[in-house]
Write a new protein. Structure first.
Length: 184
């Protein structure tokens, strides 16, 4: 039997076999850069997902609130009171009140004393009344504080959310000019 021994002590190009400390450090450096890139991509994806989720939630809540408010204001019998943060109307023998709490950043709807939170994360809300007579050459209406002359309710609000503790591009601004159809 013929036996041939092959030497494993040298590389093909003249170096010793095995890895050197410099090669290990280079490998760790490349792995670190790759892990940092993957972590950055994951963080960006998570922030984008949270932003889309916030936009979707804001849009849904705003749509439901504006639809409810528009329906009730168009069918209401009269406006009882209106301030910058509160609107109270009479509809079908019941009292409906929309109240903005700046401390809690919420818009609450109360019907016959039963509250329901409509919006959260509201930065500001404004209610004001107007007459139905437009200002010449514009679509703007004449503002009034007299609830007996009110034919239009202007509503404005701005809601926002945070992503990882920071307000980042997740604002939703809603405005509406609602004509009171059944105002007596």
């Amino acid at each position: 039997m013929v036996s041939k021994t092959t030497s494993t002590s040298f590389r093909r190009f003249g170096g010793l076999l095995g890895a050197t400390l410099v090669e290990y450090i280079m490998g760790l450096g490349i792995a670190g850069v790759l892990l940092a890139a993957i972590a950055s991509l994951m963080l960006f994806s998570a922030r984008s997902f949270l932003a889309l989720s916030n936009y979707s939630e804001l849009n849904d809540n705003n749509r439901i609130t504006i639809d409810t408010m528009t329906r009730e204001l168009r069918e209401c019998k009269r406006v009882i009171t209106c301030t910058a943060n509160q609107l109270e109307i009479e509809a079908d023998g019941t009292t409906i009140r929309y109240h903005y709490s700046p401390g809690n950043r919420t818009l609450t709807r109360s019907q016959d004393g039963v509250p329901r939170t409509m919006l959260t994360g509201c930065d500001n809300i404004s209610f004001n009344l107007g007459t139905q007579n437009p200002i010449g050459g514009t679509f703007a209406v004449v503002s009034t504080t007299d609830v007996t002359k009110a034919k239009v309710v202007n509503v404005f609000w701005n809601c926002s959310r945070t992503i990882l503790g920071q307000k980042v591009n997740t604002e939703s601004v809603q405005t509406a000019r609602i004509v009171l159809r059944n105002q007596q």
